[in-house]
Design a protein around this ligand. Structure first.
Ligand code: ADP
Ligand code: MG
Length: 623
């Protein structure tokens, strides 16, 4: 038979991964067992599902169980399952190449961390979440031999071997190999402990207690098989809940929130959902896959189902079990199934209500959640029309009336609106400081009116689309709005104002000189300290900025309304220059406009301004 041995190279990324797996020092090698057991359980689950759908009977001789055998003398550990097994093509596809681009990113980051770590340590604990868990076997094995046969009628058996250094071999197996997969690990000398049954039982207790099939060590059952979501929450300990989270999320952190509920009407549902302890997308990992598994009467219908929760809920881990689903439902049509869509709606609504309750009962904890997971809620609020109300209630903002990092909701805002206040106001800026040093806040400060701060353009997008909340208009502070109350000026300053006739002349002189760059020039009632302000005829400036960035337009700023503070020294000075027919008046007027645009964040390219600023400076220093 040896002439039939084929040697093949691993794909580059797998070689890189194996290099890290084999050559790193690591604590926590135990996880390799969890990965191999979870693969065996997946293969068994798939077999059960296929047989169900195809109406095939299960072989009574081959129970759905996972067997682990230890041999201290030979220093080997063997993991066998009676699952779907693999054909030769599947072997090459599954254990030689990487499908997900996310895994490549994971490997790149691993290599980076390892390079920077003084001890050459790499944190492999996330390996299972990136679809490359199998290779963790090489943390403990100097050689891996895998025997497999696909459960499909008439399939041949195959033997796969590798020492993890760049290549693997495949050769035909003989008739003694049954359908399913058996993996033999020849353990490294320093990993001999993994050939001890007690050690293996300990690890199973720790990581694999929720595997839905019996896991036997040398013939003896080592786990308790149960679907904990079908029990009453009073029968489940806090510890069990956390362990179950770690099991299904392939995680090592503690969950932030847990929602376990069952309902009988309008649908029979049992759901156990978790918000993880951390949000990996936040640290630059690729977009997460969805993490809720769909069951029918404890039988897995679809792992990481895209049909059962909306995309913005991809950070949630857990299971949803409904006995109303037909068992042989095709996975391909789940997305279009009306019952599944209904389940999705009910569960999502329930989850949002749960978050709202959590925010009420422990706002400090909710704020922590918000810090880590706000992206998803915002994504939902911007895209998920069905659940918009529930999502919008979860939004949080700082404002001019909160301290830094103190957050309020739209409900909080409305509850403390001033008497007679017409609208909900918001303003965008890169930071608290940037917003507070700009001209837009002046009138609100003066009146003690609250303005929400949005640091994220997505916030503006959401608020802009929302338009109204609890019957109150939502208005950008930069918007041209009639909803603002006038500022009452102190008496003595009012006398210094430019008289009405002259003011009208000044305004039309400004408009004539600025031409198309402004739609209108008028006297402002909202300014205290600043000479001028630019108002948007459309909405918030940040939406305009996004448009400008998208079109690559840097210099042609859309024309806005220029409002002048007729009590300001600069404006009064320009008026005097204008009356004396000094050509410098025009230059100063242009600079007023551009400075106002700069304060609005609308100037993306400052080059044009520089020359004029020098002219103005020259004049100032030579006086
Ligand atoms: P993941 O389990 O996330 O897909 P792994 O690296 O653990 O990633 O496994 C890669 C693939 O190899 C699996 O998706 C599966 O197709 C195949 N595989 C691994 N172990 C088994 C097994 N015991 N039986 C059948 N197929 C397996
Ligand atoms: Mg796996």
């Amino acid at each position: 038979m040896s002439n039939k041995i084929e040697s093949r190279e691993f794909q580059t990324e797998i070689r890189q991964l194996l290099d890290i797996v084999i050559n790193s020092l690591y604590t926590g090698r135990d996880i390799f067992l969890r990965e191999l057991i979870s693969n065996a359980a997946d293969a068994t689950e798939k077999l059960r599902y296929c047989k169900l759908v195809e109406d095939g009977a299960l072989d009574p001789e081959r129970p759905l169980e996972i067997n682990i055998d230890t041999d201290e003398e030979a220093r080997t550990l063997t993991i066998s399952d009676n699952g779907i097994g693999m054909t030769k093509e599947e072997l090459i596809e599954n254990l030689g190449t990487i499908a997900h681009s996310g895994s490549k990113e994971f490997i790149r980051q691993l290599a980076e961390v390892k390079k920077d770590s003084p001890k050459g340590e790499a944190d492999l604990s996330l390996i299972g979440q990136f679809g490359v868990g199998f290779y963790s076997a090489f943390m403990v094995a100097e050689k891996v031999t895998l025997y497999t046969r696909s459960f499909r009628e008439g399939s041949d058996s195959w033997i796969w071997t590798s020492d993890g250094t760049g290549s693997y071999t495949i050769e035909p197996g003989d008739d003694s190999i049954l359908s399913g997969t058996k993996i033999v690990l020849s353990l490294k000398a320093d990993a001999a402990d993994y050939s001890k049954a007690d050690n293996i039982k300990r690890i199973i207790k720790q990581y694999s207690s929720f595997v839905p099939f019996p896991v036997k060590v040398n013939g003896e059952k080592a786990n308790t098989v149960e679907a904990i979501w079908t029990k009453n929450s009073s029968e489940i300990s806090e510890e069990e809940y956390v362990e179950f989270y770690k099991y299904i999320a392939n995680a090592y952190d503690e969950p932030t929130y847990r929602l376990h509920f069952s309902s009988d009407a309008p649908l029979s549902i049992r759901a156990l959902l978790y918000v993880p302890g951390e949000n990996l997308e936040r640290f630059g990992f690729n977009r997460m896959e969805r993490g809720v598994n769909l069951f029918c009467k404890k039988i897995l219908i679809q792992e990481k189902s895209e049909a059962i929760v909306p995309e913005w809920m991809r950070f949630v881990r857990g299971i949803i079990d409904s006995e109303e689903l037909p068992l042989n439902i095709s996975r391909e049509t789940l997305q279009e199934n009306a019952l599944v869509a209904k389940l999705n709606r009910v569960v999502t609504g329930r989850f949002l209500k749960f978050l709202e309750q959590q925010a009420k009962s422990d706002s400090a904890k909710y704020n922590e959640f918000w810090k880590k997971f706000n992206r998803f809620i915002k994504e939902g609020a911007a895209t998920d029309f069905t659940h918009k109300d529930g999502l919008v209630r979860l939004l949080r903002f700082e404002s001019n009336l909160t301290k830094e990092e103190e957050l309020i909701s739209l409900d909080d805002y409305v509850a403390r609106m001033k008497e007679g206040q017409q609208a909900i106001y918001y303003i965008n800026g890169s930071s608290r400081e940037a917003i507070e040093s700009g001209p837009y806040l002046e009138v609100f400060k003066d009146k003690g009116i609250e303005v929400l701060y949005t640091y994220d353009p997505v916030d503006d997008y959401i608020l802009d689309n929302l338009r109204e909340y609890q019957g109150k208009k939502i208005v950008a502070a930069e918007q041209d709005t009639k909803d603002l109350p006038d500022i009452e000026q102190p008496e003595e300053q009012a006398t210094e104002e430019i008289n009405q006739d002259e003011l009208q002349e000044l305004l039309s002189w400004f408009k004539t000189n600025l031409g198309e760059k402004v739609t209108e020039v008028r006297a402002s009632k909202r300014l205290v300290d600043s000479p001028a302000i630019i108002l948007s005829p459309y909405g918030s400036h940040s939406m305009q900025k996004i448009m400008m960035q998208m079109t690559g337009e840097k210099e042609n700023i859309p024309a806005g309304i220029l409002e002048l503070n007729s009590k300001h020294k600069i404006i009064k000075g320009i008026n005097e220059l204008r009356k004396a027919n000094d050509p410098f008046a025009k230059e100063a007027a242009e600079q007023v406009l551009e400075t106002a645009q700069l304060a609005a964040g609308l100037i993306l390219d400052q080059r044009n301004m520089v020359g004029r600023l020098y002219n103005i400076l020259e004049r100032a220093v030579s006086q």
